[in-house]
Structures are given as structure tokens and as C-alpha cells.
Design a binder for this molecule. Structure first.
Ligand code: C2O
Length: 533
């Protein structure tokens, strides 16, 4: 196994889109940030140098971080934030998993521009993929372009003022030709293909806000993995991807040589909430040897699903099942073996709720919560540190006499935990992509309406459920998941819609040490920021 080392310098640079030059906080001056490519079993070292005016951390989304919670990168959960002009070095092994993951800032809205791909190749090379070896592998990162100051947007969101929108969507940082600046269309992302060849697209939804439909005119996708877990190959003309999810899909360049639009269209909450003006974007797929100097009018456009078609998302996600794969080993196999009985059950209604603001009793504030408690950051000591030194309290640490609190649930090492996420949205018909750190979840079932144990438990797929780190709870529906709490530490669980997270739709799961040193959390690494907040 090798060691892959990167330096991430975070700073503000000026970027221009839509006729406006604005400062954007990014890694190494680029958007998206650098791609980390590793082979399963490698060690990753990333030196973060914070030249930005913000506190920040970097999270390695979907990486198990087995017995390495100290490097998970969640501010005030696993570490103190990296201050302006500060440095921090992350180190982790990528073991027992392969596929497409990503990294992003975990502070407020900074992840709107601080993100990049993390690609884990199999130890035995592409020949061990459970699908034909692709000609090329291409990361496709869906993001948003924000002309507003994200720090200000975040402040507004945490106060429940949620009418803030991005200016456009991006594919690999590019807005594309739906955006016109003084009569000049923006350049879009271009994917060059050779006729007859197969491409593996590693699609990541890094957007703060939207679930997307992805389509390529004249081509089909075969989805082969989601969240770095292989799935039963599933052929579809549209991919549906929620914030935090990744989808690996094969595309065969088998159409007539020419140019085809690659479209990413945000799914909008259904009426009456039609106030989300999120914009679609498009790039092009073009055949080498085809006509490349044709006009925009000659590019074939896909027919997109209706923007409110959330049922399409429901079926797309319901069609994903897990694929048993001989390359899976280690933590993965152990987790699969224990997919039998749940020893702990949780019902977690996740919803926005209207409360009265204490200091301004006349205004209504919107908060999001799970089990009626809205998450509030710990303010003095990160939860992991408090847990490790046994300084923490049990259960819910209430920091304020309101419905906001630092919600911590404890599990014994090895507990098999069932959770039903119930969406009970009052104000918005949003779906909720729930993301758990440090573990994958088996998606046992999903449904529309209210979960009813008496009838719905019979629908659980205990044979080949998909394994995800981000599970989409359908719009006005529920999702039942199971995970094995076998990774000691303090793990954040939250909605990956940034505005739901900012409003408190989050909690921390503390997994206790097991009975042996091998199943316990080691001490913080040397040089870890402890002590002063
Ligand atoms: Cu991708 Cu807690 O985040």
C-alpha cells in the first residue's frame, strides 16, 4: 500500500461567471478542488493550510475512518475548527471500500465551493470491477454557483431565513450555455468520447440544495455503484442524485457521432412551494471525429423529466439493490454478516418546524429537527474529545433552555441499529438525504406516507439491500435503514441539504469502545488540537 499526500491551501480567489467577478473560497485556487485518487489499502495524508478568513474543517465523505474518528473532520464534533492562518494534517487509511467518494468543507456553507472527488480504485486493478473495464473513468461533480456571500447565507439559514438561492448549477465547476452574459454564452463542461467505447462516469452531487436529474441525450446509463458500494447493474435513461450521494454509471458511446447535451436539472419541491428558482445546467458529450464546430442548435438536447417529478426519484432509489462482490472484504464483509436482527431501534421524524423566536416573539423562525430536538453545536469541547476523556454527559446535552440542544445518542459497540427516518415536512415538500458518518447503512425499505411497523416491516429487504452512506428519505415518506455500530467514536448524522443542517437536522451517534483494544478508539494522534477552543 502507498501513501498519497496532498496539500490543500484554502483561500479566497476571484472567479467570474455571469458577468460578475466575485471572491470564492476554494482549495488550491480551483473549483472543484483537487481529485484524490487512491488504491484500496492506501494511506491518505492531507495538509490543510487555512489562508481564508473562515474557521473550517475538511470531511472525507463516506470514508469509514475505522477507529480513526479523530480525522473525520466535523467541527466541534470530532475536532476544533482550523482557524484562519492555522494548519491541520488529516491522515487516514482507505480500507475495505472502493468506488467514488468525495471530500468537502464541513463548516457552514463553505462546502458550496470547497469540495472534490475521492476515488478509490480496487487493489487488484480495474480487472476486478464487477462490470466490463471502461475505456476511461470521468469524475462528474454537480455543484452550484453562489454569487452571494456563503457565510452570510449560512447566518440567515441558521436563523431560519431560507429564501437564499444559488445563481446556477455547475458540472465540474462550469455553468454551461444556458447562462448568457451580455450575449455571450458560458462555456460548459465537455466530455470527449470515442465511438464504441465505454466510459465510467463517477457522478457526485456536491450541491448544497438540490436533488438532480441527470440525462445525456441519445444515451443510456448503467448504474453500477452508489456511495462506493456496487449495485446490481441498473439501466436507465435518467440518474437521480441527492446531495451527498455518488452514482457510478457506465455510458457507451453508441450513438451517431455528433454532440449531445449532458443536462443536470434540479428537482423542485412540489407546489405550493414553488419559490425555489434553482437553475439547470448543461455540458456536452462530443464524439471525436464528429463535427465539433457545429452551432449550439445542432447539439441534441435530452427530454427532461418534469421538475416536480419526485416519484421518479422514489423509484430510481427503490430500484437500487446491493451486489455481492468477491473483492469486498474487511469491515464490509463483517457488516454484511451481521445484517440479521436489530438490537436497537429508533424512529426519527425529521422535519422543519415553526417555533417562536425568543428574543423577537413576533417573528416566526423555521428550524429543522430530528425527534423534535434541533441540533446545536457544542460550544466549548468537541463531542469526541469530551467522550474520549469521559467529560461528556449522557444523552441529550441541553445547552439552552429551548428546543435546541446537542443531541447525542449512545450505542454499544456491535449494536445493530434500525432507524426509520420519517419525513413529516410541514412547510416544504423536501426529501431529506440523511448522511451517517463512519458507517454505511443498509437501505431496507422506503415508502410514501407514514411508516407503519405492522405492515411495513414485512417489506424489509434483508437479502440484497443497497449500502449507502447517504439515504434519501422520500418526499413525505419514510426510509428504514440498518447499520452495525462497529466503529468507536462520535459520528455525525445529518441531512445533507445544507439548509436543513443549518437549521439543526442533525445528531451525534456515540459508539462506545468494544471490549478489546482492537475495537476501541485510540488516543488522539500526536499534535491533535486539544485544549483551548
Ligand atoms: Cu458530506 Cu457530514 O457530510
Amino acid at each position: 500500500a502507498a501513501t498519497v499526500e496532498h496539500t490543500f491551501v484554502v483561500s479566497q480567489v476571484n472567479m467570474t461567471h455571469m458577468c460578475n467577478e466575485i471572491p470564492v473560497t476554494v482549495v488550491n485556487g480551483q473549483l472543484p478542488g483537487p481529485t484524490i485518487e487512491v488504491t484500496e489499502g492506501d494511506t491518505v495524508i492531507v495538509h490543510v493550510v487555512n489562508k481564508s478568513p473562515y474557521n473550517l474543517t475538511i470531511h472525507w465523505h463516506g470514508v469509514y475512518q475505522m477507529r480513526n474518528c479523530w480525522n473525520d473532520g466535523v467541527p466541534m464534533v470530532t475536532q476544533r475548527p482550523i482557524r484562519p492562518n492555522g494548519n491541520f494534517t488529516y491522515q487516514f487509511d482507505v480500507a475495505g471500500q472502493e468506488g467514488t467518494l468525495w471530500w468537502h468543507a464541513h463548516d457552514a456553507f463553505l462546502r458550496g465551493a470547497i469540495y472534490g472527488a475521492l476515488i478509490i480504485r480496487p487493489r487488484n486493478g480495474a480487472a476486478s470491477y464487477p462490470f466490463p473495464k471502461p475505456h476511461k473513468e470521468i469524475p462528474i461533480l454537480i455543484g452550484e454557483w453562489w454569487e452571494k456571500d456563503l457565510a452570510a447565507v449560512d447566518r440567515n439559514f441558521s436563523r431560519g431565513l431560507y429564501d437564499e438561492f444559488s445563481s446556477g448549477s455547475t458540472i465540474n465547476g462550469k455553468l454551461g450555455d444556458l447562462f448568457n452574459c451580455s450575449g455571450v454564452f458560458e462555456d460548459g463542461y465537455v466530455l470527449d468520447v470515442e465511438p464504441g467505447k465505454t466510459y465510467l462516469l463517477r457522478i457526485i452531487n456536491a450541491a448544497l440544495f438540490s436533488e438532480y436529474f441527470i440525462k445525456i441525450a441519445g444515451h443510456k446509463f448503467t448504474v453500477v455503484a452508489a456511495d462506493a458500494n456496487y449495485v446490481t447493474p441498473y439501466t436507465t435513461d435518467v440518474i437521480v442524485i441527492a446531495p451527498g450521494e455518488t452514482m457510478d454509471a457506465l455510458v457507451v458511446a453508441d450513438a451517431a457521432p455528433g454532440r449531445y447535451y449532458i443536462a443536470a436539472q434540479p428537482i423542485q419541491a412540489p407546489p405550493p412551494d414553488t419559490q425555489t428558482p434553482e437553475f439547470a445546467t448543461r455540458g456536452t458529450l462530443q464524439y471525436t471525429g464528429g463535427v465539433t464546430n457545429s452551432s449550439r442548435a445542432d447539439v441534441v438536447a435530452p427530454e427532461m423529466p418534469h421538475e416536480h417529478d419526485t416519484i421518479k426519484s422514489f423509484y430510481f432509489h427503490g430500484n437500487l439493490t446491493g451486489l455481492r462482490h468477491r473483492q469486498r472484504a474487511g469491515a464490509g464483509a463483517r457488516r454484511r454478516a451481521s445484517l440479521r436482527h436489530a438490537r436497537a431501534g429508533l424512529h426519527m421524524p425529521a422535519r422543519p418546524q415553526v417555533v417562536q423566536e425568543r428574543d423577537e416573539p413576533k417573528s416566526n423562525q423555521v428550524i429543522a429537527n430530528m425527534n423534535n430536538v434541533s441540533f446545536h453545536d457544542a460550544t466549548a469541547t468537541p463531542i469526541l474529545e469530551a467522550h474520549y476523556y469521559r467529560r461528556g454527559g449522557n444523552g441529550v446535552m441541553r445547552l439552552e433552555p429551548t428546543s435546541r440542544a446537542t443531541v447525542v445518542r449512545r450505542f454499544r459497540h456491535g449494536d445493530v441499529v434500525d432507524i426509520v427516518f420519517q419525513s413529516t415536512a410541514m412547510l416544504q415538500g423536501d426529501s431529506n438525504p440523511m448522511h451517517l458518518h463512519g458507517h454505511d447503512m443498509f437501505v431496507l425499505a422506503q415508502g410514501i406516507g407514514n411508516y407503519d411497523a405492522a405492515t411495513d416491516e414485512a417489506k424489509f429487504n434483508l437479502v440484497n439491500p443497497a449500502r449507502k452512506n447517504t439515504v434519501l428519505v422520500p418526499n413525505l415518506g419514510w426510509a428504514a435503514i440498518r447499520f452495525v455500530a462497529d466503529n468507536p467514536g462520535a459520528w455525525f448524522i445529518h441531512c445533507h441539504f445544507e439548509f436543513h443542517l443549518a437549521m439543526g437536522m442533525a445528531a451525534v451517534f456515540v459508539v462506545e469502545d468494544g471490549s478489546t483494544p482492537n475495537t476501541s478508539l485510540p488516543p488522539p494522534p500526536p499534535g491533535f488540537m486539544e485544549g483551548s477552543p
